[in-house]
Design a protein around this ligand. Structure first.
Ligand code: AMP
Length: 283
């Protein structure tokens, strides 16, 4: 496995490889990331992983500074899985101060849900992924359904800019009790982790309701809200809800009735930790 930290080295090493699948990450790799890498290995002869905590996708009051950066453990995991190339640049390498920042925006997809609560987040995501695509030049890029809006926005960016890259979405990996794996779970205390379970539980219960015939989005949203706020009745600080939504997976517009595949999405804060999760339900 070759590990490179500059764009020039990355280009040189990439040129030695054939068809390549890229897994962009911010590191602190868990089984969710590793499932993407495994999928990449099956889908292309060569696999690259980028590890970069991208400052431009964090808001001013978000966790950029404290975001975990266990780079040695991450490299060991990549090596074990047989990754060919790891690109681990510094913020200065990616964003030299003399360069004007470039903005790619898809407002119809980026101003809702996460975009509404994290202004500028998707501009940062599109900026870094566009740069990574140009530097690494993958044939395939893999992203998690866990960040379903990000997956949708990046798929739309690749289509809109005619990039010859196949974007593949991979299923959300969960802990045995249902909690979606996330690098941010490391912030949770034992008590918070228990309360965080309400998020996946709310989604699973709503999915069950769809299976038994509920089609009204407002009923499903109310039921998810009840599950999330129930935790507070146990006498502990409740989960604080950023949003609960039922949206079309392509347009990300709110739906009123479940008449086709629909994404139920939740963003909530548990203590100081903001978590997101979603599930696709079918009528
Ligand atoms: P991050 O390091 O959080 O930027 O995530 C890197 C990639 O891993 C993104 O495409 C995420 O959607 C994906 N990912 C994060 N958590 C999970 C998970 N639990 N299951 C599957 N993919 C995930």
């Amino acid at each position: 496995m070759v590990v490179v930290r500059t764009i020039a080295e990355c280009r040189a090493e990439r040129a030695k490889l054939g068809n390549l699948a890229l897994v962009p990450t911010m590191g602190a790799l868990h089984l969710g990331h590793l499932s993407l890498i495994e999928y990449a290995k099956k889908s292309a002869p060569y696999t690259a992983v980028s590890i970069f905590v991208n400052p431009s996708q964090f808001g001013p009051r978000e966790d950029f500074t404290k975001y975990p950066r266990p780079i040695e453990a991450d490299l060991e995991k990549c090596a074990k899985l047989g990754v060919d190339l790891v690109f681990n640049p510094s913020p200065e390498e990616m964003y030299p101060p003399q360069l004007s920042p470039i903005v790619v925006d898809l407002p119809q997809l980026t101003e809702v849900l996460e975009g509404k609560h994290r202004p500028g987040h998707f501009k940062g995501v599109c900026q870094v992924v566009a740069k990574l695509f140009n530097i690494v030049q993958p044939q395939l890029a893999l992203f998690g359904q866990k960040d379903f809006q990000q997956l949708r926005v990046l798929t739309a960016m690749v289509e809109a800019l005619d990039w010859p890259i196949e974007v593949i979405g991979c299923p959300t990996m969960r802990e045995p009790d249902g909690l979606a794996m996330s690098s941010r779970n490391a912030y949770l205390s034992v008590d918070e982790r228990e309360r965080a379970l309400a998020i996946s539980r709310a989604l699973l219960l709503a999915n069950g309701e769809v299976k038994t015939g509920e089609r009204r989005a407002n009923r499903l949203i109310a039921s998810m809200q009840n599950t999330l706020l129930d935790v507070g009745q146990l006498g502990r600080v409740p989960v604080s809800i950023d949003y609960i939504a039922a949206v079309d997976p392509i347009t990300l517009k709110q739906v009123e009735m479940i008449t086709g595949p629909t994404v139920l999405a939740i963003a909530a804060r548990v203590g100081n930790t903001r978590l997101i999760d979603n599930i696709v339900v079918m009528p």
